[in-house]
Design a protein around this ligand. Structure first.
Ligand code: FMN
Length: 267
C-alpha cells in the first residue's frame, strides 16, 4: 500500500455485514475512478485498551509502550494511506468497541503530532437494529478525524431502513475521495478546522432531531401498500414542532417511527 491508496477499515466483527458492504461500496467506486484501494477487517486486528500508562512517553516515541501488534499494524496502515474510510456498526448509540479502542490509542500517541493533517477521510456508521444512534455513532469517528486534523467529507449515516440509498451515497463519496487522494489539504489553523467540521451535516443534530431524521428515513422507505397515514403523521409532527409544541411533536415522531418499523418489517 502506498500514499495514494484509499484505505477502508471495517469496524465490525461481522465481516460480511452492512459495515463491510458500505465501506466496500465506497472503495469499489473509488477503484472505478482509478484509485488504488485496500480493505482491512478490524476484527483481524483488534487493538488492546490504552492503559493510560505514565510517564506519558508514547506521544514522543510515537509508539505504544506495550506490545500491541494489532495497533502497530493498523496505525502503520493509516499513517501511510492517501485517504481513509472508517466504517463502524452502531452499538448502543456509539461505535463498536474495536473502533473505539483503536481511536483512543491513536489519540494518545498521535493527537499532539497530528501526522494525519489534511488526510481526506470518510466516516460511515450503520445502525442496523432499531436505527437509533445513526448520528451519535458517527460523532466519535468525526471527533477522531477532527482531532487528528483530517479533511473529512460529509458523514454517512446508514440504517437498515435506508441501506440501498446509503450504498449509493457511499459510492458517490468514494468517487469524491478518489479525486482527493493525491492532495492532502491541511487546515490553515484551528479556526478553519473548527468551522469545517461545524459545517458538516448531521453532526450537530439534537437527539430529538436525530429521531425525526430516523422517522423520515423509515417513511421514505416504506414498502408498497403501507398505510399513507404514517407519512401524514410526520407532517403533523412537523406542524406541531413549528408551533413550538416540542413534546407533542416528538411523541408523534415516535408514533410514526413505531408504525413505520412495523410496516417495514411486514408486521
Ligand atoms: C452490542 C450491540 C449493540 C447494538 N446497538 C444498536 C443501536 O444502538 N442501534 C441500532 O440501530 N442497532 C444496534 N445494534 C445492531 C447493529 O447496529 C446491526 O446489527 C448492524 O448491522 C451491525 O453492523 P454489521 O452488519 O456491519 O455487523 C447493536 C448490535 C450490537 C451487537
Amino acid at each position: 500500500m502506498g500514499s495514494e491508496t484509499i484505505l477502508g477499515l471495517v469496524g465490525s466483527p461481522n465481516r460480511e455485514g452492512r459495515t463491510n458492504r458500505l465501506v466496500s461500496a465506497a472503495l469499489e467506486s473509488a477503484a472505478r475512478a482509478g484509485a488504488a484501494t485496500e480493505l482491512i477487517q478490524m476484527a483481524d486486528y483488534v487493538v488492546d485498551a490504552c492503559k493510560d500508562c505514565l510517564p506519558w512517553v508514547c506521544h514522543n516515541n510515537l509508539k505504544c509502550t506495550y506490545d500491541d501488534d494489532a495497533f502497530e499494524y493498523l496505525s502503520a496502515k493509516v499513517l501511510e494511506c492517501g485517504a481513509l474510510v472508517l466504517g463502524t456498526p452502531v452499538y448502543w448509540w456509539d461505535t463498536s468497541g474495536m473502533v473505539k479502542y483503536f481511536i483512543l490509542k491513536m489519540f494518545r500517541i498521535y493527537a499532539r503530532s497530528a501526522p494525519l493533517r489534511g488526510l481526506p477521510a470518510l466516516g460511515i456508521a450503520v445502525a442496523g437494529g432499531s436505527g437509533n444512534g445513526l448520528i451519535s455513532g458517527l460523532r466519535p469517528v468525526y471527533h477522531f478525524f477532527q482531532t487528528m486534523h483530517m479533511r473529512a467529507l460529509e458523514p454517512l449515516p446508514a440504517t437498515r431502513f435506508n441501506l440501498a440509498a446509503a450504498l449509493n451515497r457511499a459510492s458517490d463519496l468514494g468517487t469524491q475521495l478518489a479525486g482527493m487522494v493525491q492532495q492532502r489539504k491541511p487546515f490553515a489553523g484551528f479556526e478553519e478546522r473548527l468551522l469545517w467540521y461545524d459545517s458538516l451535516p448531521y453532526l450537530s443534530l439534537s437527539r430529538a432531531d436525530e429521531r425525526r431524521l430516523l422517522a423520515g428515513l423509515i417513511t421514505t422507505n416504506l414498502p408498497d401498500g403501507a398505510d399513507p397515514a404514517i407519512v401524514g403523521g410526520l407532517v403533523q409532527a412537523d406542524v406541531l414542532s413549528a408551533e413550538g409544541r416540542g413534546l407533542e411533536a416528538l411523541t408523534e415522531v415516535t408514533r410514526v417511527y413505531e408504525s413505520g418499523v412495523k410496516a417495514f418489517d411486514g408486521r
